[in-house]
Design a protein around this ligand. Structure first.
Ligand SMILES: [Zn+2]
Length: 104
């Protein structure tokens, strides 16, 4: 089943705090607007769960924040975890493809 993005566009250039990849785009399947401070984001390159900071920079989400989100908004928490799982699967597929290319 194909899910359609509600928002896809450019954001202020930032780096993933986990893998260091430069990022300047965002896609949302949940919201029609560009991300704002405090919004959650999942890195498409390493699957790290982050939040947008005061100046549009990404900061790693803490376990405490995620547990608080689970208490405050279970639907959003489930959505963030779904996106994290999807990104992890994409990372795993890229790693498999890279290993296959090396062994050829
Ligand atoms: Zn990353």
């Amino acid at each position: 089943m194909e899910i359609e993005a509600k928002f896809s566009g450019r954001v202020k250039k930032t780096q993933c705090p986990a893998c260091g990849t430069g990022l300047d785009g965002a896609t949302s399947f949940e919201s029609e607007r560009a991300p704002l401070e405090g919004d959650y984001s999942v890195c498409a390159y390493c699957a790290a769960i982050c939040r947008f900071g005061e100046h549009g920079q990404l900061v790693a989400a803490t376990m405490r924040e995620l547990l608080a989100l689970q208490d405050a908004d279970l639907e959003l928490f489930a959505y963030v975890m779904k996106m994290h799982t999807t990104a992890r699967l994409m990372v795993r597929e890229r790693e498999k493809a890279a290993k296959a290319a090396i062994s050829c």
